[in-house]
Ligand binder design. Structure first.
Ligand code: ADP
Ligand code: MG
Length: 768
């Protein structure tokens, strides 16, 4: 096949200087990258909203003049907020806010005029557009930018000009929206012979019925519409293609994975698993039974299992995994359980030993392999793994090293999947003769459409039911905006719990006044769990700092720029130690700047009851089990994401002790920030929360840091809105794959899939 014009290098077409600027600002290299940079919004000159009557929560475009510009430091003392006041002479003013984009001050000098588009919000009585898109005019008199191509074409009448949608692109300091429009206009003519990925997928009649345009026409009209209908139909077409290409790629990869051979691990009638089940002091929940059966039949086959099990913390996922490990042991094989941290690996070992009981332990020899093991002990552990004597091996990423070998590795269980990427999975696969079965456990609730998009090549099982007899958890939103006095009541409540012999977590978003909890690097190129979880905080911020990511940032995490400084571990620690109600209590700090030894020893002391209160960052988020911890106070709760708050809360109320979660926030009522906190306080249903989360946040946040790093995410597709389309595309893709597994009759689709799964895309999909 001829090389596609989409793969043409940019420099030949747009000039070296522009190509370099595009590569630097957006990571673009090819024509495909460039024309895939779709406008984020379309403004119309003829339908401008007067500043005085912009409607709250709606997307507006206004033509206005910059009144003044002010830059000030952010409350976290890290980064800045740029506030730009606009007026259009209609009486009102509106403020543009940009986080950490002080460079825009140069652009937005007082007196400059332009078109500004964004979603209107209110903050402390002031109307604002957070991270609007804009295009500035050079010519103050006509509102026409002579350079930008926005000028009226000769022969175009004033009415048509006023009606023409003006595409607004995500822009940076080095590349403005109008430069983008101009550059795209240069390359569009090269695309006339581009094959259509929908060729042979839909008949002409089907295409017409759906109102889908030819691919090339859609690419033109999305960038150069003459009326609204143009870009709307273009987007529908491109969105359909995006869904189809993604699903076809995911399903093909699933088929590829299933084309390898695995060793079948059929269940045995009176084997170790049967013995284990008979001795179990409780009955499995219905969901555990169901998911257990799915896994049992998966691993009995010679097709490698790739299954994701999601379920709340404490829903019994690990138990389900352990039963699968026993089924593998029944065939003489070995299983590994990969945990994100040393603490969790050690905890898994202890609980596996406890649940198995002495006799099964002797037979299965559960063995720990971590980096911190003393040399002699490690050598013995490695030997047991290599000899096939250890049927259950539990460990951290140390398991991936070359010196770890297995006799007959049959099953890999990955706890908390997003901490391990596909590279790690492959390293483990390489240790088995046949491809081992893979089971991935996650406590993060994933709505169906997200699962289909981000995990489309895995089979997904869900455990919804919690084992009976859980003491449960009560959650409250402590709204300091209306009730500043409630803070002292929070600490009294903590003191009351401690007086009952229980323990408490206090969670802060920052380590000290100057440091947010950040990725602390992790070992050997793998992020530690702490790094991975805390990164979510910073990525959430990144989502609004960085409109270039291509996601709609208008509803992202914190639309509240001002207020008191963020609660920080070191400061809260001192405050609590000085509080009379907590006098005599042992209170310690835990955060990502401590060494892993220090963290471990604090967590261990807490688990042993030697510490009453741990003041921590999100490092405590991942699975650490302290049944006696009853209370969790989250300070500046609005700074955390919905699912993160939910995960944090999962740390308490785990045993027979009823849990109490207090989410403290100074977010104003009726703000998105406040709504998120209240939503988490209102329900403990993780799936409901995931749904709310999707509604309140943009997909960029939902699919997470994993996605926002590059241009590898979804473009026009939105998992909130496009669930039906994604499901339909999956059906169509499955039909094509069944009839034409090599996509021989669908070369254009094949090509689009390959492009979609270029290296960076693979990295993204694999990490999810
Ligand atoms: P998860 O991995 O989903 O957090 P675990 O498998 O670790 O959950 O189970 C949490 C706790 O509940 C463990 O102590 C486990 O032994 C117990 N457990 C698991 N399944 C049941 C059940 N069906 N009934 C009662 N207790 C259970
Ligand atoms: Mg678990």
């Amino acid at each position: 096949m001829n090389p596609s014009p989409l793969d043409a290098k940019l420099d030949a077409l747009v000039g070296g200087k522009t190509a370099t600027a595009l590569a630097k600002a957006f990571g673009m290299k090819t024509v495909g990258d460039l024309v895939g940079h779709f406008p984020r919004r379309y403004a119309k000159r003829g339908e401008l909203t007067a500043v005085a009557d912009v409607p709250l929560d709606e997307n507006v475009s206004i033509v206005a003049e910059v009144l003044d510009v002010r830059s000030r430091p952010m409350r976290a003392k890290r980064g800045s907020i740029l506030e730009v006041r606009l007026t259009d002479g209609s009486g009102g003013t509106i403020t543009l806010t940009f986080f950490n984009q002080a460079w825009r001050e140069r652009d937005l000098a007082p007196g400059s005029r332009g078109i500004f588009a964004g979603k209107v919000s209110r903050y402390r009585g002031t109307l604002q557009l957070a991270h609007p898109d804009y295009e500035l005019f050079d010519d103050n008199d006509t509102g026409v930018d002579a350079d930008s191509g926005a000028a009226m074409d000769a022969g175009m009448d004033a009415e048509a000009w006023a009606k023409q949608p003006l595409p607004l692109y995500a822009a940076t300091s080095t590349f403005s929206s109008w430069q983008m429009a101009k550059t795209i206009a240069l390359v569009l003519p090269t695309l006339s012979d581009l094959p259509d990925p929908l060729e042979g997928v839909l008949s002409d009649a089907e295409r017409t019925e759906r109102g889908l345009l030819p691919f090339v026409e859609a690419l033109h009209l999305v960038h150069q519409p003459t009326e609204d209908l143009d870009w709307q139909r273009a987007r529908d077409t491109l969105r359909f293609i995006e869904a189809l290409v993604l699903q076809a790629a995911l399903l093909e990869r699933r088929a590829e994975a299933r084309s390898h051979r695995a060793t079948p691990r059929p269940a045995k009638l009176a084997g170790l698993l049967a013995r284990f089940d008979a001795a179990l002091p409780f009955t499995l929940t219905g969901d555990q039974q169901l998911v257990g059966d799915e896994i049992a039949s998966d691993i009995a086959a010679d097709i490698p299992m790739s299954r994701l099990v999601q379920g709340e913390v404490g829903s019994g996922k690990t138990l389900v995994a352990l039963r699968a490990m026993l089924q593998v042991a029944d065939t003489g094989g070995q299983a590994v359980l990969l945990a994100p941290t040393e603490v969790l690996a050690a905890q898994h070992l202890r609980s596996v030993e406890r649940v198995l009981g002495a006799e099964l332990c002797t037979l299965l020899a559960p063995t720990l392999i971590t980096g911190q093991l003393p040399v002699a002990q490690k050598r013995a552990a490695l030997l047991r793994a290599a000899a096939g004597q250890a049927h259950i091996v539990i460990g951290t990423h140390a398991l991936l090293q070359d010196n770890v070998q297995f006799f007959d590795l049959g099953l890999v269980v990955i706890d908390e999947q997003h901490r391990f990427g596909v590279e790690q999975r492959h390293l483990l696969h390489a240790k088995a003769e046949n491809v081992p079965h893979t089971l991935v456990l996650t406590a993060t609730p994933i709505p169906r459409t997200v699962a289909m998009t981000a995990f489309g090549d895995l089979d997904v099982s869900v455990i919804r039911e919690l084992p009976a007899g859980r003491a449960g958890i009560t959650s409250h939103c402590v709204a300091l905006a209306e009730h500043p006095g409630w803070m002292s009541r929070v600490w009294e409540r903590v003191a009351e719990e401690l007086a009952l012999g229980r323990q408490a977590f206090v969670v802060c978003p920052a380590i000290d006044g100057a440091t947010l909890e950040e990725d602390d690097g992790g070992a050997g190129g793998l992020s530690s769990a702490e790094g991975a979880s805390s990164r979510r905080l910073s990525s959430a911020e990144g989502a609004y700092r960085n409109p270039e990511s291509g996601f709609d940032t208008s509803t992202s995490l914190t639309t509240q720029p001002a207020g008191a400084p963020l609660s920080a571990v070191t400061e809260v620690l001192e405050q609590l130690r000085a509080l009379p109600v907590l006098a005599g209590r042992r209170i310690e700090a835990l955060h990502g700047r401590l060494s892993s030894d220090e963290k471990d020893s604090i967590m261990r002391a807490f688990a042993d009851g030697a510490i009453d209160v741990v003041v921590a960052t999100t490092v405590i988020e991942v699975g650490v089990d302290v049944p006696n911890a009853s209370t969790m106070v989250v300070l500046d709760a609005d700074r955390f994401g919905v699912s993160q708050l939910h995960q944090l809360r999962g740390r308490v109320g785990r045993g027979g002790v009823p849990g109490l979660a207090l989410f403290v926030t100074d977010a104003e009522p009726d703000t998105v920030a406040r709504e998120r906190v209240e939503a988490v306080a209102a329900t403990t249903d993780g799936f409901e929360l995931a749904r709310i989360d999707l509604e309140l946040r943009s997909e960029g946040d939902v699919l997470g840091a994993r996605q926002s790093g590059g241009r590898s995410g979804l473009r026009l597709l939105r998992v909130t809105r496009d669930g039906d389309l994604i499901a339909e595309a999956r059906d169509i893709a499955a039909g094509i794959l069944a009839a034409d597994p090599g996509f021989v009759a669908h070369p254009a689709l094949r090509e689009a899939m390959t492009r979609r799964l270029d290296e960076s895309e693979r990295a993204f999909l694999d990490k999810n």
